[in-house]
Design a protein around this ligand. Structure first.
Ligand code: ADP
Length: 320
């Protein structure tokens, strides 16, 4: 295995974000194209920090698909795992910005190319060469990409990669909340590292108390590191030997899109650089401080990808 390679598996798509908030999609005067998709954001977060990243997923062989593949390459992410579907189109999301600041999504997934990734199409040599295999995508929802997801996880694990999971709950895409919970938890015990948000913690445990007791409900014996991100309240960590929390940085938040992906990308970069951070609490706290800084910086600009920081930017925020 390549001791430094982080492979991120899943979807990449374009969000069409209205130029004004508080109006319906039909009333929006215009839209900005914002490339995204959590797994693609993580790959770019890693590359921007100077890490080695590869994205595995399927795009449409259309204008948008090629635009996204170019964005990955321009940002230093290897394209060896990108496939183009000859029939289906690239996934698109049409966003409504509500007056209260929340976002609502309408998806073009009809089906979109990412949903049609088949297990036999995967670049297994690439997946086998990963030091960390990250996933957390909507490909768990339908076949055949669900089987591709399972196969990729299994191949990575057998080759000795650390498996990193961010469930990225996007409830409206699931047939029901019950199905979402069941499927997300069905692959829970495969991961070595899991990151959930406070919202996901509540959803998956059914408890509205965000505390250690609730977090421990998500612990499983094969897990090395569990993280709970709390937005402007920072993050909490749990390992077999120690647990604690790391404060967030105070920044001028404009748009929180991609903060979690930035946090995860930063963490994975540091883990491949020095896997002993998983056993050393003071090192882990330093790394999570860095990850919190990366998450914070990502909230200071509109969109996810343009807002992902370099190492120097994150260090500057830490230095103050
Ligand atoms: P997700 O995007 O998965 O919901 P969070 O919003 O919790 O994840 O963000 C991940 C990390 O980014 C947080 O743990 C925190 O360190 C940082 N972060 C997020 N939002 C803010 C904010 N408003 N101010 C400062 N830091 C933030």
């Amino acid at each position: 295995a390549d001791k430094k390679l982080i492979v991120s598996f899943g979807e990449m798509l374009i969000d069409f974000v209205p130029t004004v908030s508080g109006v319906s999609l039909a009333e929006a005067p215009g839209f900005l194209k914002a490339p995204g998709g959590a797994p693609a954001n993580v790959a770019i977060a890693v590359a921007r920090l100077g890490g080695k990243a590869s994205f595995v997923g399927k795009l449409g062989d259309d204008e948008f698909g090629h635009m996204l593949a170019d964005i990955l390459k321009q940002n230093g992410v290897s394209g060896d795992g990108i496939l183009f579907d000859q029939g289906a189109r690239t996934a698109l999301a049409f966003v409504t910005l509500r007056a209260d600041g929340e976002r609502e999504f309408m998806f073009y997934r009809n089906p979109s190319a990412d949903m049609l990734l088949k297990p036999e199409e995967l670049n297994l040599d690439l997946i086998r060469s990963a030091k960390v295999f990250h996933y957390g995508s909507i490909s768990l929802i339908v076949e055949p990409c669900r089987s591709a997801h399972m196969k990729a996880m299994e191949v990575a694990k057998q080759a000795g990669a650390l498996l990193s999971y961010d469930p990225n709950l996007r409830l409206p895409l699931w047939p029901s909340a019950e199905e979402a919970r069941k499927q997300i938890l069905s692959i829970w015990d495969k991961a070595d590292i899991i990151k959930v948000s406070d919202v996901e913690l509540e959803f998956l445990t059914g408890s509205n108390k965000i505390d250690d007791e609730t977090a421990m409900k998500l612990w499983h014996p094969n897990l090395t590191l569990l993280l709970v991100t709390l937005g402007e309240k920072g993050s909490r960590y749990y390992t077999k030997k120690f647990k604690g929390s790391v404060d967030a940085f105070h920044v001028n938040t404009v748009d929180t899109t991609g903060a979690g992906d930035s946090f995860v990308g930063a963490l994975l970069c540091k883990i491949v650089a020095d896997p002993t951070i998983l056993e050393d609490e003071s090192k882990l706290k330093e790394v999570l401080k860095f990850s919190n800084a990366c998450g914070a910086i990502t909230t200071t600009k509109k969109g996810a990808i343009p807002a992902l920081p370099t190492e120097a930017e994150a260090l500057a925020l830490i230095k103050g």
